[in-house]
Design a protein. Sequence first.
Length: 514
Amino acid sequence: MIALSVPIHRSPDGSFCPRQRRIYVLLAAIVASSLGFIDGSIVAIAIPAIRGDLGASLPQAQWISNAYALTLSALILTGGAAGDRFGLRRTFMAGIVFFVVMSLVCAAAPNPSFLIAARGLQGIGAAFMIPGSLAIIAKAYPKAERGRAIGIWAASSALTTALGPILGGFILSTFGDTAWRAIFAVNLPLGMLVIALLLRVPADKPSRPRHLDLAGVILATIAFGGLAYGLSAAGAEKDGSTAAPVFVSIATGAIALVVFLVWELRQREPMVKLSLFRSRAFSGANVATFFLYFALSGVLFYLPMLLIAGWGMDAATTGFVFLPLSLAIALFSGPVGKWADATGPRLPISAGSLVVSMAFAGLAIATSAEIHRFWQVVFPLMVLMGLGMALVVSPLSTAVMTAVEDEDTGAASGINNAVSRIAGLIAVAALGSLAAYRYQSIAGGSDGMPGFGEPSGGLSASLEMTRVAASDAAFSLLAWTVSALCLFAAATAWATQAGGRKEEKRGSPPEQAG
């Protein structure tokens, strides 16, 4: 194996990577993290094309997204631990190779079920690739240079994440529905570039043997998979025939979640360090994270579906939906982080959550009034949402990190990352069922009527008007729901987070005593 033949070196400043080769680590991390970040957004743009080409139902469309999110959420903490146990470069490369191979399998999918299975396997590769992109930078660069390198990585990743959906939308608009396969296939040359860069970097030495909690992974997969499947299936229920499977799935997920929590409490090296939740600030930050990313993930998955399949917009224009979020986070996270350092995270998180709530309420009002104007209405509201999230992202990280002891910052960061991904998984399942229920209540009785978010064609003028009105009503209900959840996130942050430097306290707060 060529990847294992490069000897381990240690530079004079303590890094495993010589100074002249660190640029290869940085470039590889930027490209690899971009592959993972872009995947979710660009697939959301491609879902209408995939449904049109493969004939996927709404629950199948949900699982094209959720199969990837499920395995990524369940394994991402294990992926980080594997880097410590086997070496970051080795684990990072293995994750990239597996991710790329599964991307090619996705590109060749002949039907929705095959694509769902391939997406689940692709998420396994991402779980070992995504944590490695930041960790290998931290290990390759000494502390004096690490902040600048991470800043370059974050800004570059945000830029590529913003451009990815725009490029994907242009490809779909230019070459038609079948071009969705190219969105997965393009991961091959990008992955080969990352591997070529990493082969120019010496191997790092594993940090220390770490227990890989495989039983925890299995329990987490059953728990969140059962909950997500039950919530997705509820949206397909029309005559009550699926009520029993829905109940069984949700009950199985809930039982598995309880068993998972009990298992983790008894582990010496748990995958999730549940004792950290004794801190009110840590728990509050993660509750706010869950509801904010639940809202964000749901809107960013179903809004492109509404615009393309509901309003008939082209995918190239729809790709710009994601641009404000990425650019706002890239431009304002630094200044907002300094603000949070000066005032505490309470005000920026609460204010940002309120701004995001206002943006989603605006989308709800616009769709309920059937105002189909992208550049005049939808895009400005997405700019407002991006500004709100820019107020939230950095202070949330600050809140999580300052609520725990120094030796627990890695575990705390991993938990917060997993919470945001689980929120997205549950959001796509639950909000899809909510939207489908509302859609069916308006359009369900009409013969030949497509489902929510399904491409249409050949409908009479009256049926087309009903379909569009039902689509708008379904998304409006979804948007009002997530707007309310963002208000709850704002209230949670205000009640649990530090409001000024004099209140900040690194380490165990009073709530953790005993």
